[in-house]
Write a protein that binds this ligand. Structure first.
Ligand SMILES: CC(C)(COP(=O)(O)OP(=O)(O)OC[C@H]1O[C@@H](n2cnc3c(N)ncnc32)[C@H](O)[C@@H]1OP(=O)(O)O)[C@@H](O)C(=O)NCCC(=O)NCCS
Length: 157
């Protein structure tokens, strides 16, 4: 698996994974805007030489805090460490720019994602009620200090 920066030619594969991964997927135009927006980092995992996109993430840096907006991996590539590779690449990219911490929201019922974040050292900071709309689900705000990630997660792998 190769982790690299996204290019516009990957948008259709990203949209496919997005539509298959989220209850309320972002429309193609919003994804296309984000992947070329200045100040946003979007990386992809590419499988082999056929340029098949296995996963992607979108994030930005606000002061010294990384905000992860999106991460998704296609069903056939899950549980192979792709999400860990994408997030590690993101953390390394922003760490060089002075990032100290990471923050994100995750649906409280999204056990795979919550386990992924906990494995990296994230902790639940608080719950945001009705984050996905009234009656449509709550979110945990999860946070990670990057020094904890570098000391604990990386030293254990
Ligand atoms: C969440 C998601 C990104 C994980 O991607 P992935 O590439 O399969 O994750 P990884 O293989 O890197 O998994 C790393 C760890 O996360 C945890 N994890 C991942 N999927 C899990 C699952 N289905 N059940 C329990 N734990 C899981 C495990 O601790 C795993 O380590 P292990 O395989 O050694 O046990 C993927 O399931 C996905 O795309 N889901 C739909 C989109 C989504 O929910 N995104 C997150 C929005 S906040």
């Amino acid at each position: 698996m190769i982790i690299k920066s996204v290019s516009p030619k990957h948008i259709n594969q990203i949209v496919e994974i997005e539509n298959d991964s989220f209850i309320t997927p972002w429309p193609k135009q919003i994804l296309a805007d984000y992947i070329k927006k200045p100040g946003f980092f979007c990386n992809i995992a590419i499988n082999g030489r056929d340029e098949e996109v296995a996963g992607y993430s979108i994030s930005t840096l606000i002061y010294d805090e990384i905000h992860v907006f999106k991460i998704a991996v296609s069903r056939c590539h899950r549980r192979k460490g792709v999400a860990i590779e994408l997030l590690s690449d993101t953390f390394n990219f922003y760490e060089k720019m002075g990032a100290l911490s990471v923050i994100l929201e995750v649906r409280t019922t999204n056990a795979p994602a919550i386990e992924l974040y906990k494995k990296l050292g994230f902790e639940i900071i608080r719950t945001r009620k009705n984050y996905y709309g009234r009656g449509r689900g709550d979110a945990y705000v999860m946070g990670l200090a990057l020094d904890r990630y570098y000391q604990k997660f990386l030293s254990a792998t």
